[in-house]
Design a protein around this ligand. Structure first.
Ligand SMILES: [Mg+2]
Length: 301
C-alpha cells in the first residue's frame, strides 16, 4: 500500500503506539494479580487499597507479544496482510513460547512457522469451528487506534486480523468490538452503547448491550459478576466487562486498570484490553512513574 493510500485511511501512528504502550502496561499489571504471584485474599486487599504490586519487574504476556506482531505489520504495510501477520505471529511464538499463550495457539502457531498461508485451513479447525476465545480481542486495540479516522475500516481490518487465528464469529466479534472501542477512544467518543452499535450480531454484542444498561455507580466486581471477566477465556465473557471499565474511565488509565483488576478473571487480558483502549486516548503519562519503570520494555524503543 502506498503512503497516499495510508493517508486516505487516516492512519494514526501516534495513537496506535500510545495504545500499544497502554496494552502492555495493562497486561503486565494485570498478570501480577494471578495466584502465582499473590494469593487471592492478598490480591483483593491490595486492589481495594490501591496498593500496586511491588515486584521490580512486571513482565508482559502473549497479549502484548501478539499486539506487537499486529503493530509491526501495520508499521510495515499499513494494512493487515493476513499471510504476513500469520508469519509474524508464528515467529513471535517461536522466539518465546513461554508467554502464557492458550492451548489453541500452542497447536496452531508452530504449524504456521513454515507455511503461514495454512492459517486459512488450520484456524477454522481449532476447537471444532474456530476459536471463540478472547485472543483476537486482547491484541487489537492498537489496530483500532491506527484506523480511528474510519470506523468501518477499523472493523474490517480487525476482522482480517482476527481470522488468522480466531475463525469463530464470536472470536471475530470480540476483536471488532475492541478495535471500535479503541478508535472511539482516540476520537473522545467512547461509550459502551456506541461500541455495541458497531459490533456484529453476536453474544459479544449482547453482552455489550447488557453492559450499556448497567447503572453508572455499579461496582466493578459486581459488573464482572454480571458480565463475566474472562473466567471462561471466551470473547463474550471478557470483552463487555473490559470495554465497560474503559468507558467508565475514558480519561484515567490508572483508574481504569484498578477497576478492571477488581473483576479478577482473566485479569492480564481484561487489563490489556482496557489499557489499550484508554491509552489510545490518554497515553501512559498519567500513571505513576514506578509502574512504567517496572513494566518490561517493548522492543524497538
Ligand atoms: Mg496473557
Amino acid at each position: 500500500m502506498s503512503v497516499t493510500e495510508n493517508q486516505a485511511h487516516g492512519e494514526d501512528r501516534e495513537a496506535s503506539r500510545r495504545s500499544l504502550e497502554g496494552l502492555a502496561l495493562g497486561d503486565a499489571f494485570g498478570e501480577r494479580w494471578f495466584p502465582l504471584f499473590r494469593d487471592r485474599e492478598q490480591a483483593f486487599a491490595d486492589i481495594r487499597a490501591r496498593r500496586a504490586p511491588q515486584e521490580p519487574e512486571w513482565h508482559w504476556t502473549d497479549d502484548t507479544a501478539m499486539a506487537l506482531a499486529i503493530h509491526q505489520v501495520l508499521e510495515r504495510f499499513g494494512t493487515i496482510d493476513q499471510e504476513r501477520l500469520a508469519a509474524c505471529f508464528a515467529l513471535t511464538f517461536d522466539a518465546d513460547p513461554g508467554r502464557g499463550y492458550g492451548s489453541g495457539m500452542h497447536d496452531l502457531l508452530p504449524l504456521l512457522l513454515e507455511t503461514p498461508e495454512e492459517w486459512r485451513v488450520q484456524a477454522p479447525l481449532l476447537f471444532d469451528g474456530g476459536s471463540l476465545g478472547n485472543g483476537a480481542a486482547m491484541r487489537v486495540a492498537p489496530l483500532g487506534a491506527w484506523f480511528a479516522a474510519d470506523l468501518a475500516e477499523a472493523a474490517r481490518q480487525a476482522e482480517l486480523s482476527a481470522r488468522v487465528t480466531h475463525a469463530h464469529p464470536e472470536g471475530v466479534a470480540g476483536a471488532v468490538a475492541v478495535a471500535i472501542a479503541s478508535a472511539l477512544s482516540v476520537r473522545g467518543e467512547l461509550t459502551v452503547r456506541a461500541v455495541a452499535d458497531q459490533t456484529p450480531q453476536s453474544t459479544v454484542r449482547d453482552g455489550l448491550l447488557r453492559a450499556a444498561e448497567l447503572p453508572a455507580e455499579t461496582e466493578p466486581w459486581k459488573a464482572a459478576d454480571i458480565l463475566g471477566s474472562g473466567q471462561r477465556i471466551r470473547a463474550d465473557d471478557t470483552v463487555p466487562f473490559a470495554v465497560w471499565t474503559a468507558a467508565r474511565h475514558p480519561d484515567d488509565l490508572e483508574g481504569a486498570l484498578w477497576s478492571t483488576a477488581e473483576g479478577f478473571g482473566d485479569v492480564d487480558t481484561t487489563c490489556a484490553i482496557t489499557g489499550g483502549i484508554v491509552a489510545a486516548h490518554t497515553g501512559t503519562g498519567g500513571v505513576p512513574a514506578s509502574w512504567l519503570a517496572r513494566r518490561e520494555a517493548l522492543p524497538g524503543r
